[in-house]
Design a protein around this ligand. Structure first.
Ligand SMILES: NC(=O)C1=CN([C@@H]2O[C@H](COP(=O)(O)OP(=O)(O)OC[C@H]3O[C@@H](n4cnc5c(N)ncnc54)[C@H](O)[C@@H]3O)[C@@H](O)[C@H]2O)C=CC1
Ligand SMILES: O=C(O)C(=O)Cc1ccc(O)cc1
Length: 363
């Protein structure tokens, strides 16, 4: 049997557990410091066994996944180094920063165990085992940060196991990783939170702000609902990169101030054009740091009847719908139905089916 121990079975740990559990020859053990959480992991069927004992979870494990907030990783690595780990055991983590945990692993004696840093580049603003999903990593990039001293055999073994996530493995140096995710993930989280809190302040004296908050505000601020503890740890950990980025960001907002003061319409146009051009070249249909779902829209003149009809037709054709949403909330005006799917194949089949039965489908 291959034993996989997962410390912290939340959104990421739980999603990994769901990818590994039930696979031939694999047993998944979940660890939590809290008895009630360990019981919940079992109740939800996410793990085969659950324990609050670090020793019991780690004993005989072939793979150990540390899926706890970044600020706790150093302690976990140290605590594991005090145990008798199985020779060849691979310890990996999923933290959103990589330089500090790589340094922590170098500082301790892991005996015949090997540490390889990792970061699945997929997630969401949700947290906890309740949000875990078997599909979370599908098609996403999964960063590993081995160095020259990491045995190739260990990298190969971890890569082979991670095939169960259906993610694409890429190797990046820890410091380079932290610079890049600082810009494409951590800074956007700061901007989302600062923007929401700005509007929250205005909304305290005029609730029309939240009433009128439109799609653009919601799109750019989704990640402003992310877990406070997880993000506290990420930002504090990557503070040097983020301070540099925030100073650069100030330059970007100052440029807009200047363009507005000078009524520089051409400058504003140029900024939007450059941004649009770059954004349109981002890889599509792949889970990067931008949450990817497979979606289409259909016009719905009459909401109540249409929802049932669409859901039934798709269900009868065995097409898995992951979400359905009316964009216009009033019942007396025409709306748009947003249909989300987990797979490109389901979207393609749905578009074909809905077209055949007379709906006007667009993207
Ligand atoms: N949220 C996301 O979208 C992504 C998160 N990550 C990384 O994955 C790791 C886990 O994050 P999530 O699964 O999102 O968080 P989560 O909150 O869903 O899960 C965290 C788990 O760690 C446990 N835990 C242990 N010590 C803790 C402590 N001191 N404080 C709080 N929780 C503690 C919690 O009980 C829980 O089971 C973090 O290092 C994060 O940076 C990586 C990729 C995406
Ligand atoms: O929800 C989103 O779009 C995210 O950005 C999720 C996310 C959060 C943290 C990571 O380290 C990686 C991905």
């Amino acid at each position: 049997m291959t034993k996989i121990a997962i410390f912290g079975v939340g959104l990421i740990g739980g999603s990994l557990a769901l990818c590994f559990k039930g696979k031939p020859g694999i047993t998944v053990v979940g660890h939590s410091v809290r008895e009630s959480s360990a019981a919940k992991y079992l109740e939800r069927g996410v793990v085969d066994h659950a324990t609050t004992s670090m020793r019991e979870a780690a004993e005989g494990a072939d793979f150990i996944f540390l899926c706890v907030p970044v600020g706790s990783l150093e302690q976990y690595v140290y605590d594991l180094s005090q145990l008798d780990l199985k020779p060849g055991c691979i310890i990996t983590d999923v933290g959103s920063t990589k330089a500090s945990v790589a340094a922590s692993a170098k500082r301790v004696q892991l005996g015949e165990a090997v540490f390889i840093g990792g970061h699945p580049m997929a997630g969401s603003e949700r947290s906890g085992v309740e949000a875990a999903s078997f599909y979370l990593f599908e098609n996403a990039f999964y960063v590993l940060t081995p160095d020259e001293s990491t045995p190739k055999e260990a990298i190969d073994r971890l890569t082979e196991l991670l095939a169960y996530t259906r993610a694409h493995i890429v190797h990046v140096r820890p410091d380079e990783h932290d610079e890049i995710v600082g810009a494409i993930s951590h800074l956007p989280h700061i901007i989302a939170v600062a923007l929401v809190n700005l509007v929250r302040g205005y909304n305290n004296s005029n609730s029309l702000y939240s009433v009128l908050a439109a799609g653009g505000f919601r799109d750019i601020t989704r990640i402003g609902s992310s877990d406070p503890v997880v993000w506290r740890d990420i930002l504090v950990n990557n503070r040097e990169v983020l301070l540099k980025l925030l100073r650069k960001w100030q330059g970007g907002t100052n440029a807009f101030i200047e363009m507005l003061e000078n009524e520089d319409g051409a400058g504003i146009e140029r900024a939007f054009t450059q941004s649009g051009q770059f954004r349109s070249k981002l890889p599509e249909r792949r889970k990067g740091m931008i949450h990817s779902v497979y979606e289409c829209y259909i016009d719905v003149p009459d909401h109540p009847g249409v929802i049932g009809h669409v859901a039934t037709e798709l269900g009868n054709s065995n097409i898995n719908l992951s979400n359905i949403q009316i964009i216009e909330s009033r019942e007396d005006v025409p709306g748009v139905l947003r249909l989300s799917f987990r797979k490109q194949e389901d979207l393609d089949r749905a578009v074909e089916k809905l077209g055949q039965i007379g709906y006007s489908v667009h993207f």
